[in-house]
Design a binder for this molecule. Sequence first.
Ligand code: TRP
Ligand code: ZN
Length: 924
Amino acid sequence: MTATAEPKEIRLSDYAPFPYAYDEVTLDFALDGEYATVTAMSVITPIEGRDRTRGLVLNGKMPFFELLGARVNGETLPADRYSIEADGDDTLMIIKDTPDVRFELEITTKFKPQDNTELSGLYKSSGTFCTQCEAEGFRSITFYPDRPDVMSVFTTKITADKAKYPVLLSNGNLIDSGDAANGAHFATWKDPWRKPCYLFALVAGDLAVVEDTFTTMSGREVALKIYAQAKNIDRCDFAMASLKRAMKWDEDRFGLEYDLDLFNIVAVDDFNMGAMENKSLNIFNSRLVLASEESATDATFERIEGVIGHEYFHNYTGNRVTCRDWFQLSLKEGLTVFRDHEFTSDLHSRAVKRIADVRYLRAAQFAEDASPLAHPVRPEAYQKIDNFYTLTVYEKGSELIRMYSTLLGKDGFRKGMDLYFQRHDGQAVTTEDFFQAMSDANSTNIEKLKRWYSQAGTPALNAEGTYDAVTKTYALTLTQTLPQTNDVKGAADKKLPQLIPVAVGLLGEDGKDMVLDGDIKCEGDAEATLDETKTTAVCRLTEFKQTFTFTNITSKPVPSVLRGFSAPVKLTMTPELTTDELLFLLANDSDEFNRWEAAQKIATSILIRLCKKHNDDKALKIEDVDVTSDPSWAIYSAACCLIVKDATANRLDRAWVEEALNFPGPSQLIQDLAPGVNPVNTYRVCKAFARAFAKESRVELEAALATCDAEAAGLAYDVDGPQVSRRALRGYAIRMLGSIGGDDVSSSIASAYSSAKNMTDTVSALTGLCGHDDSSAAKKKAFDDFLNKWKDDNNVSCTWLRMVASDAGKGGANAIDEMKRLMASDVYDAKNPNKFYSLIGGFAGGNIEGFHAADGSGYEFVADVLLQTDAINPQASSRMASPFTKWRLYDENRQNLMKAQLERLLAQKLSPNLFEIISKAIKG
Ligand code: TRP
Ligand code: ZN
C-alpha cells in the first residue's frame, strides 16, 4: 500500500553486548579536491564468553562510500570471508571467521564529502570540512561498530591542501604535523580518552581563531580556542567568556575539572542541530557562537551561554560516562540539560529561568506527550534514533533529574553524582545505573521515581484541600492520573503510580507563609520533608491517591501547590482557586514561580472562556471578541497594569514582570481546549486579549517605554542583568503597543526601529510592527531596511526569514504566494538547515493563520516542502514534520485536511526518518 517498506524496529529488549573490543583505532583521512579517502586501522580483541556466531558485524553506508579494500593482519580479505548486506538505508559488512586472538583490521573507503547534504558524517560547510557523528554518522565514513558501547582510543591523521585548509583539527592532542607532497600538509591528533565513535570529530578549513586560557582548580593551564570564518571572528568573545564561566561553574558546583590541555570550539553555518560535544572539539551551529551587540538579541546571548555550557558539561555527563545504547539517550541529555539549566540559574535569575523553562516545557513537551509520538524518557523501540532527540528525552528528562534533586536535596544529589562518576567513569551505562548511584548514595527511598523513565504521557495531578477549624488541620489529598499513550506500555490501566514530589506552602491571612512546625501526617509510604525555613513541604506522592495532613494550622490557609513546578504534571485544584485567591497569591506568594503561575491561571481562565465562545468555524474578527465584559477581566487587567507601573518604577524584577505579563499563547490554550479546536480563532482571541490590555494600559505602557529609553540614554551597551531586564520590559511595552495598531503607533515604533542601536531593540521594534494586521508602509520600510543590512549574514538573515514567514499573508496578501517568493529569493537556501527551520518553521509553527488556513493550502504547501527537503536532508525534514503530528488537537475539517496530507506523503518514497514520523502520526 505504501511506497516505503515498513522499516525494522530496534528494541531495547534486543540489546546484546558487542563481542569484540576495539583496543585502538588509527584513522587516516586524505582530503583532496574531490574525494575523501579514509583508511581505518583497528586493533581488535575478541571478547571471551560473548556470542561471535554472527562474526564481526560492522555498520556502513553504501553506495554513499565505496569500499576500496579490507585486510586482516595485513592480508587482503578474500571475498568469501565477508559479506555486504543492506540494513534499511544503511549497510552491514559482516566478517566471518575472525581470528581468535587480537588482530588488525584495515578498511579503506572513499566518498565525496561535498555531496553529503544530510550533514551527517563528514561533509562540507562553506568550504570547511567538518563532521557530525552523533548518533549514527560515523557509519558514513567507514565500516565500524557504530554503537556507543564500543569505546576506543583514536589517533587521527589528516592530510589536505595547505593553502585551502590551513587548519586541521581532531580530538585530543596534536602529536605530529608537517608538510606533505603537492602543497599538502598533515596533522596527527591523538585522544588519550577512550570514546565511542559518535564523539569523533574532524575539521579542516581556512578559519580564524580566538585564543584564551583557563586555569583549572588544580592549577593546570588549558588552552581555549574558538574557530570561525575570518569575517565573523570578532563575534566570538562572548562565547569564549561563556566557556570560561562554564568551566569554573562545573568545578565549583560538581567538582569536575577539565581533563585535557586543549579545548576547541568550531563554528559552522550548516548544522542540523544546535551543537555537538565531540571530545575536546565541540562543533557548533554558528548561530550559537557568534554574537555582538549589533547582531544578537539578549535572548541569543543567553542561549549561547547556555549551549556553550551544555556542550562543555557533556565532557563528564556524556563523554567520560557515556550511554550503553541509544535508548539511554536521556542519561546524558536529560542530565546535561539539567546541568545547563542550573548553570544559567546560578548565574542569572533562578525564578525567571524556571518560568521560561516551564513555559517551553508546557507549550512543546506536553504537546509531544499528548501526541501520537508520545514516548517514555527512555524509549523501548525506534526506527531511526535521529527522531528521538526529542523534547521528551531532553526537557522531560531534565525535569526527571530535577526531581531527584528536589527529593534528595542539593547535597544528596551531589553525593549521588559523585558516586555515579566514581562507579562509572570510562563506562557506557544505563539510566538504571544512574538511578542506582543516586539511590545508593542516599538513604531516601526513591524507587518509584524510576517509573518516570518508562511511562509516557504527562500525569494529571489533583490537589484537594480541606481545612478543619476544630482540629486545626489542613488535609491535602493528592491524586495522580496517568494518561493513555501510544507507546509500548501505553495502556493507561496498566500504568503504575509514579513518585511525584509536590512542593507545598500555606499562606496565612497576612499573606505570609505559615510556619509548618506541626507534624505532617502521611499515608502509606508517603513522606513529607520541610525546607530550612519550614515554609515549604515536599509531599512525596507514591500512590495514585494519598492524603497529607498538616497539623497546628491555626487559620484557613490559601494553598500554594507545586511550588517551583516541582514535577512536570498538569495540576488542578479542588475546589478551584477563586480569582480573589489567585490575586492574593499573585500579590503575596513567596514562591516567585507560583506568583507567575497565579497570573497565568487567571489569564488562562479568561482566555478559555473567550475561546469556547468562539470555537466554531466562523471566521472570527479580532474586533468581534468582547474581552472586557469577562467577569474577571477588570480586576485582572488592573492588577497587570499595576505590575507594569511597579516594573517601570523598578519596584519589581523587570525580567520577572516581562514573563508574568506574557499572556498564555495559542499552543498552550489549544492543548487545554483540545480536541476540536479551531486554532485560527484561538489565535485571534489571544490577539484580542493582548490588544484589550494594551488599550487599557496604553498610558502605563508608554510610560514604561519612555522610562526605559531615558534610563538607557548614553549608557554603554552591556548584557548584564539590569540592562537585559530593562530591554525585556521595553520590548514587552513595544510589543503590546504594537498590537493596538494605527498610524501613530506604527510611526512611533518605526522611529524606535530607526533609532535602535542593538539587535534586541531592533527585533522588539520589528515585532511591534507585526503586532497588528495593518500592512503599513512603515512596517515594509523597516523590514526592507533590515534585509538590506543583513542579507549576506547567514545568521541574522534567519531572524528576518522567521519574522516574515510568521507574518506572511497578513493584511490580505496570499500567504502561500508570499512564502514561495521568499523560497525563491537569494536570501533563502534550501540546503541550509538554519534557513529552512527559520522560513518553513516560522510559517508552520509561527503563522497560525497561514499554516492552519481553513482551505488546507498551508498544509499542502508545507507537505510539498517536506518532500523536497526529505530528498536533501531527512533529519531536517522529519524535525519539520512535527506540526502535522498534532492533528488530533484540531477541529474535524482541519483534522481531515492534515490527515489527507499525511496520507499523500506516505504514498511517496520517503526517507526512513520521515516515514517513521508520518506513519506513527497517522495512526493517531
Ligand atoms: N548531542 C547533541 C547535544 O548536545 C545533539 C546533537 C548535535 C545531535 N547534533 C546532532 C543529535 C545530530 C542528532 C543528530 O544535545
Ligand atoms: Zn546534549
